[in-house]
Ligand binder design. Structure first.
Ligand code: CP3
Length: 345
């Protein structure tokens, strides 16, 4: 093994390491005062994402503050639906609002062809961040999963239960499949451009996997993720780029996730019964401290972190992460404390 490789890439190649590499989902964001200071200058969050210099500054903030082992592109998963003309705005206290959500089957057939160049601002952010990072800190690019992008596009906003989406799915199944296919093709082109611009690793966020029961999860989400990954593995530009799959609270077993051919599975914090032995030598694993533990006092953070570290001890290819993103209510000093516990383990 090449020990001069960054720790994060060594873990993704399933090496056993004495201390795991560390990064956190949503490591850049509102919990950091440095972030809030920059955020004040923009009323619409997506306008901030369209400024590659600002994205670069924001992606580097957690690297500078916590000495992490990987940076993640600063952007959002909803850039693709926005580029399709669904017009996404982020409204304070409400989250994303689509002014042209998908309401009818006709809205799907009328969608324009995806133009990956509309997202040039994202690729420019990738190259700016890559050029500002030292060689030992890989850069993670990302995309939403076809299903998660579809769910937001039909719902038109964040929701607890996505009832509009699930009802639409019941009566327009084949149209939903055609939207999933359009998003799969768009994700492929989008990811390829991120890799061409300097992303070393890609994470796919299936943040609404939890909406689908087992059999439907495969049909409407994981099968599209598998075909996206197989296209990436066949393409000369992306074939060697490790792919991490995060699925939120998926109603399926370890094997079903591993069967997508992702190189690494990012475990949701509730996935206590994920069979680690089944994953051994097949995939790397990332996770999975409950992010809400960071609201507890240091003693609790320490003991819960040690439990996670013990659980993955000796697993070939383990990356420390949370089981979902850092929330705005978390104190950055707790994040610092957490990284010190892991490094000292
Ligand atoms: O360090 C990082 O991870 C920053 C880059 C990043 C953001 N969003 C920035 C962001 C990433 C990787 C995402 C992914 C994302 N976006 C996901 C998948 C991850 C997950 O949590 O499951 C999802 C579902 C979204 C969609 C989204 N973006 C929502 C629903 C919202 C509003 C609610 C919320 O959590 O704030 C956003 C906004 C958003 N994306 C913010 C940030 C920093 C906050 C925007 C603000 O400052 O107002």
């Amino acid at each position: 093994m090449n020990t001069s490789n960054p720790l994060f890439l060594r873990a993704l190649h399933k090496e056993v390491l004495t201390t795991p590499p560390i990064w956190f989902m949503r490591q850049a964001g509102r919990y950091m005062p440095e972030y809030r200071k920059v955020r004040k200058n923009f009323s619409n969050f997506l306008d901030m994402c369209k400024n590659p210099d600002v994205c670069c500054e924001l992606a580097l903030q957690p690297i500078d503050a916590f000495n992490l082992d990987a940076a993640i592109l600063f952007s959002d998963i909803l850039t693709i639906p926005d580029a399709f003309g669904l017009n996404v705005n982020f409204v304070e206290g409400k989250g994303p609002i689509f002014s042209n959500s998908i309401d009818t089957a006709k809205d799907i057939s009328n969608l324009p062809q995806f133009d990956p160049d509309k997202l040039d601002y994202v690729y420019k952010a990738v190259s700016n961040i890559k050029n500002s990072l030292s060689d030992n800190i890989p850069l993670i690019g990302f995309s939403g999963s076809p299903w998660t992008l579809t769910a937001y596009s039909i719902e038109g906003k964040s929701s607890q239960d996505f009832s509009k989406t699930l009802n639409f799915l019941k009566t327009n199944e084949s149209d939903v499949h055609s939207l999933l296919l359009k998003y799969t093709d768009a994700c492929f082109l989008y990811i390829r451009k991120q890799v061409q611009s300097g992303a070393d690793v890609i994470q796919i966020f299936d943040s609404w996997a939890n909406l689908l029961p087992n059999e439907d999860l495969k049909i409407f989400s994981l099968d599209y993720i598998s075909s996206l990954i197989s296209a990436l593995k066949l393409d000369p530009i992306t074939k060697n780029t490790p792919i991490i799959l995060f699925a939120r609270d998926p109603k399926c077993n370890a094997k079903t996730l591993i069967d997508t051919s992702a190189d690494c599975i990012s475990l949701y914090w509730k996935m206590k019964n994920f069979n680690i032995d089944e994953a051994k030598d097949k995939v790397a694993l990332q996770g999975n401290l409950n992010p809400k533990i960071l609201l507890e006092d240091e003693e609790v953070i320490k003991s819960e972190t040690i439990k996670v570290l013990n659980n993955f001890k000796n697993f070939p290819g383990y990356i420390f992460n949370l089981g979902h993103g850092i929330t705005p209510d978390i104190d950055p000093s707790k994040v610092k404390f957490l990284t010190e516990i892991i490094r000292g383990y």
